[in-house]
Design a protein around this ligand. Structure first.
Ligand code: CMC
Length: 430
């Protein structure tokens, strides 16, 4: 059996044979299919890239039907159990798990870069008191490019590594300062004695105590949540990172754009929508009524935190999150909305509407409940997503830069506007 596709163009009767590789044909191979010398050649039309592979990638693998998620070949469940965020970030960025000494150096390098330049603090102070922390976050990440002009040397390996270390280290500091600014409290400096997530909690929540002691269960839960969010192949924000990066701009500017894509409610904002939905339902007894409304399409209600473009079975990240929720609630007290969420899941998983459409809980169904129980306001949820996703964004950006097949991203269009016409002076216009 030949790995080719035979196409007959019924406009011309001509036959073409295109190679199939990795279950894919090359869109550029279609260009030879023409009706005549003046014809540009056949293109594909694929709004939202529903069926277009934009790159080759060796970072993250997803099997949506089986509910499998692998980073560099390692199952997400094993990483969530055994690894920590910084080690997983190293794996995603450099392709292999670090040896003991590589891990030690990596942790040291990240720890040394956690502080923010005083100018950046002043920059952040310029935001209004009620500015959304995600707006502050993405603007500040973009502003970092002005302080690190060496970041423009994107084909210098040492420079790329320096910016990578700076970004991984500084995004929690920016996130924490954005939060402190939005609640009108003074910024807390990083504490290098603490773990990555322990220090993040310190920068967020330290008050007047001399030394902040993070709760180890909460620090570990945050670590696991960061592992689960570190990469997810070619989603909207990652595609944005690759697209902006393909113009060869510095990584801070590209990452600001990726964070902007994540800010949207269809991407990084769904866990906030889950909390709003649970509050609206209000009590376990109202769950059947709500499910009925969702099924009837009344009020365009959707069961938020359910369904996924890729996963057509239980999102493997949701399974892990559900487990750690119990550990977190043992410390913080149970989020009163949990019972409503559990009842929603129980009913939906046996309801024909959800079963036939393969709608299962996704990563956002339980994560918001945990963040809320840990004391985060909902505005911080997308920021909590952006911190760990920084590892994935940078890894995907670097992979794109070093891929000889990649060029500046520049899709085609089907023009549907007016044909060429002559300019009409203003006094002659109807
Ligand atoms: N509640 C009720 N019905 C749903 C839902 C839902 N959450 N999701 C999909 N459906 C129905 C939809 O109405 C359609 O039914 P029908 O065939 O009768 O018209 C069918 O299932 C297929 O839906 P779709 O909209 O074509 O699926 P999609 O792949 O375009 O959408 C989705 C995926 C995630 C946008 C969607 O499932 C959804 O809106 N979910 C709720 C929002 C949410 O939880 N988003 C977080 C996604 S995970 C975050 C991440 O990984 O970054």
């Amino acid at each position: 059996m030949a790995d080719t596709l035979t196409i007959v163009d019924n406009r011309t009767g001509k036959k073409y044979e295109l190679p199939i590789q990795n279950g894919t044909i090359r869109a550029m191979d279609l260009r030879q299919i023409k009706t005549g010398a003046d014809d540009f050649g056949l293109m594909t039309y694929d709004p939202a890239f529903m069926n277009t592979a934009n790159c080759r990638s060796s970072i993250t693998y997803i099997d949506g039907d089986k509910g499998i998620l692998l980073y560099r070949g390692y199952p997400i469940e094993q990483l969530a159990e055994e690894s920590d965020y910084l080690e997983t970030a190293y794996l995603i960025l450099f392709g292999e798990l670090p040896t003991a000494s590589q891990q030690q150096n990596w942790v040291r390098d990240i720890t040394y870069h956690t502080m923010l330049h005083e100018n950046i603090k002043k920059f952040m102070e310029g935001f209004r008191y009620d500015a959304h922390p995600m707006g502050i976050f993405l603007s500040t990440v973009g502003a970092l490019s002005t302080l690190n002009p060496d970041a423009k040397a994107i084909f210098d390996k040492a420079s790329r590594l320096r910016q990578t270390q700076r970004l991984i280290a500084k995004v929690p500091s920016i996130a924490a300062y954005a939060y402190r600014h939005s609640i009108g409290r003074p910024y807390n400096s990083p504490d290098n004695d603490l773990s990555f997530t322990g220090n993040f909690l310190n920068m967020l929540f330290k008050m007047t105590e001399l030394k902040y002691q993070p709760n180890p269960v909460l620090a570990r839960a945050l670590d696991v949540l960061f592992i689960l969010h570190a990469d997810h192949e070619q989603n909207c924000s990652t595609t944005t990172m690759r697209t902006i990066g393909s113009s060869h701009v510095d990584p801070y500017s590209a990452l600001a754009g990726a964070a902007a894509a994540l800010y949207g409610p269809l991407h990084g904002g769904a866990n906030e929508a889950v909390l709003r939905m649970l509050n609206e339902i209000g009590s376990v007894s109202k769950v059947p009524e709500f499910i009925k409304k969702v099924k009837s399409g009344e009020g365009s209600n959707r069961l938020m935190g359910f369904g996924h473009r890729v996963y057509k079975s239980y999102d493997p990240r949701a399974k892990v999150i559900k487990r750690i929720a119990d550990l977190v609630f043992a410390v913080t007290g149970k989020n009163p909305l949990l019972d409503i969420a559990l009842e929603l899941e129980r009913i939906a998983l046996q309801d024909e509407y959800f079963v036939t459409r393969k709608l299962y809980p996704n990563v956002d169904f339980y994560s918001g409940l945990i963040y809320q129980a840990m004391g985060f306001p909902v505005e911080m949820f997308p920021v909590l997503f952006a911190i760990p996703r920084t590892a994935g964004w940078i890894a995907q950006w670097e992979e794109m830069l070093l891929d000889p097949e990649q060029k500046i991203a520049r899709p085609r269009q089907i023009y549907t506007g007016a044909a060429q016409r002559d300019y009409v002076p203003r006094d002659k216009r109807a």
